[in-house]
Design a protein. Structure first.
Length: 350
């Protein structure tokens, strides 16, 4: 028989978005996630909560992780923190009270006709990817060049959309444009199937668009990432697309995965042939947590984790501000000699 707490947690998860809007009103929905600063509802983006179960059943609705603190839990924990409860009985009573209320429709609910392909789903992500075009000669190339990245137009993981829809948030100006050029990155699963996309909206001048959230991901993200190269025994993984592309300026033959955030980096699936993973963490608390989480997951599988720490906040900042020769020397000092000889020493860096 299901315990009262488990039953209430399950019922709350069935109405996860309504719970978030009530108890975490400073957050916002992005795709299938609710983003907020912490479990007490502080404004921010380090806590992500899954609003609906993932297609592969690996992610359960109502579960959350705070990438900054490493905390995780369910919607009962959200209610307890939001209300300042110290006793489980208080939280269960509040959950029962909430569930007795009429459930509001999510803000911006799609019409019945458009429900077939809801925004934020893998199907919607695949449609956006199909509507995008190769990046050669586009604004995406200019944007990456401004970040010191010389992208291979045939990379297969990055495309461009000239007018990508932007859903304004409460932090945007009232007259913000609803369509901008965008760099589109494919988020794929272990089999190479598109599970989601990551969008970076761009200003026509070549920088990020002047909107509150110039980067957003959609689709089934948990465990997946933007992949460059095929799975192998030695790989690298980092948070942002620009971080990983910065590393590929020096290590173009080393397969890499961009997890898109510290929380998702910590949850990436380990490919079958993987035996050593270089982790290009960002220099902050969330990056440290992701590194420790990956190491704890990898150890029982016999996978070696090797940290790659930037000198500045991330490797793209290193690339732009340090210069190529200094960054290459820093990478060489942190890689195993065997791998440096295999992946780094043959690349011209000046």
């Amino acid at each position: 028989m299901e315990s009262p707490a488990r039953e209430l947690a399950r019922r709350l998860a069935e109405n996860a978005e309504a719970v978030c809007r009530h108890y975490l009103p400073n957050g916002r929905r992005e795709g299938r996630y609710w983003l907020v600063g912490d479990v007490r509802g502080t404004p921010g983006r380090s806590l992500y909560l899954l609003l609906s179960a993932s297609a592969d059943a690996r992610g359960r609705a109502g579960k959350w992780t705070d990438a900054a603190s490493g905390e995780h839990g369910d919607l009962l924990d959200v209610i307890a923190a939001s209300c300042g409860h110290v006793d489980l009985r208080e939280t269960l009573a509040e959950a029962r009270r909430f569930l007795s209320m009429p459930m509001p429709e999510p803000t911006g609910s799609p019409s019945p006709r458009s429900r077939k392909v809801s925004m934020g789903t893998p199907v919607a992500a695949r449609r956006l990817w199909a509507a995008s075009k190769p990046i050669a000669g586009t604004l995406a190339v200019a944007y990456l060049a401004s970040r010191g990245i010389d992208i291979d137009p045939g990379n297969g993981a990055i495309r461009f959309h000239p007018r990508c829809y932007y859903r304004a948030s409460s932090d945007d100006a009232p007259d913000v444009r609803t369509a901008w050029p965008a760099m589109i990155a494919a988020v794929t699963d272990d089999a190479g199937q598109i599970a989601g996309v990551h969008r970076t909206w761009l200003d026509p001048a070549g920088s990020k668009a002047p909107v509150a959230c110039p980067r957003r991901a959609m689709g089934n993200l948990l465990g997946h990432g933007v992949r460059f190269g095929s799975a192998a025994d030695v790989m690298a993984a980092g948070e942002g697309v620009e971080t990983v592309l910065s590393l590929r300026e020096f290590l173009p033959e080393l397969p890499m995965i961009a997890g898109l955030s510290a929380a998702h980096l910590a949850a990436i699936h380990f490919p079958e042939p993987l035996r050593r993973l270089y982790v290009a963490r960002d220099d902050d608390a969330a990056g440290s947590w992701a590194m420790k989480t990956l190491a704890a997951r990898a150890e029982p599988l016999g996978i070696e984790i090797v940290p790659l720490d930037p000198r500045l906040d991330d490797f793209n900042s290193d690339l732009v501000r340090m210069g190529r020769e200094e960054m290459a020397a820093r990478l060489r000092a942190r890689m195993l000699p065997l791998d440096a000889g295999r992946f780094l020493d043959s690349v011209k860096v000046s």
